[in-house]
Design a protein around this ligand. Sequence first.
Ligand code: 0PR
Length: 349
Amino acid sequence: MQLAEPQEFERVLSSMCTEPHPAAREAAERFLATNPGDPDTYESVAALEDRAMDLLGEVTGHPEADGYVASGGTEANVQAVRIARNRADTDDPNLVAPVSAHFSFTKAAEVLGVELRTAPTTDHRADPGAMAELVDEDTVCLVAVAGSTEYGYVDPVPDLAALANEVDALCHVDAAWGGFVLPFTDHEWHFGHADVDTMTIDPHKIGQAAIPAGGLMVRSQDLLDELAIRTPYLESTSQVTLTGTRSGAGVASAVAAMEALWPEGYREQYRTSMDNAEWLADQLAARGHDVVEPDLPLVAADLSVPMTEQLRSRGWRVSKTGADEMRVVCMPHVTRSMLRSFVADLDWY
Ligand code: 0PR
């Protein structure tokens, strides 16, 4: 049987994943047959995971942060809500998030038996006033999004962290996508900027690691302890992860990507991607489309849905926001020449 080929990236404008860095690809292959879920048997990958946490701690402004390399942003978000629920003393826990929060919080709420309350946004950002209206003594966690899935916008993290403090809830920042560009902006988003307790930051998105490499970060070890389950027949006595067997490829490639790129490589990538996003936004605006001003490298504009489908038939992979705007994610594989040919195809209609 002939081996199937993966897709090319040259027309993919819809994805939050990208071509892994060459060092990340190589590290993933080398560590394919390792399982950080059993650190006493697979010691070298366990040591790499410690290194991954050191690097992610630097990226998120808190070198002492703890955590682990998860299967992705979904697992990290579910686990953050689980920490908050387990730590709280209520039989009727709720989670307050802006409507812009990723749908993984809906999964978290369902799986964990936590009520999800969503607050309207203002200009695509969380509105602390609207969030405050939903908070009560049973609120275990407030979510702030730092780089939203649909628009790439950043919530007012310090305000939301202060609100969480007021009701003794945890503040979780979802920087799954934005975490590797935010260090090069003026945004206040990380552990060093506000009283943030937990964070999602995914090396397998802009971090350019191989899939699966998500990141769950916690301010202090005691938060991670909320997840500990006894593991009687392993040499290690407890486990905090949601999955048992895990990908050593994800862990090793996350370290390789960050060692190759943090910080200068990511900074350069941010500049290139942001220039591309601004260029595309200008091109779309010049053609009369209503463009949502990009903040991070993600452009949304009000192209009609049929046009999106026509673009798809020409091989372009673009996605839509909930409001049916076209959405282009300027990931590292998205180059200016790709965008030029995309705009040329738009002009064709
Ligand atoms: N948090 C945020 C802010 C996200 O954008 C995403 C994923 C997640 C959490 C969940 O992360 P995992 O998918 O790693 O569990 N955002 C994209 C989305 O759902 C993921 C994606 C990636 C979509 C690649 C398409 C694609 O080709 O739209």
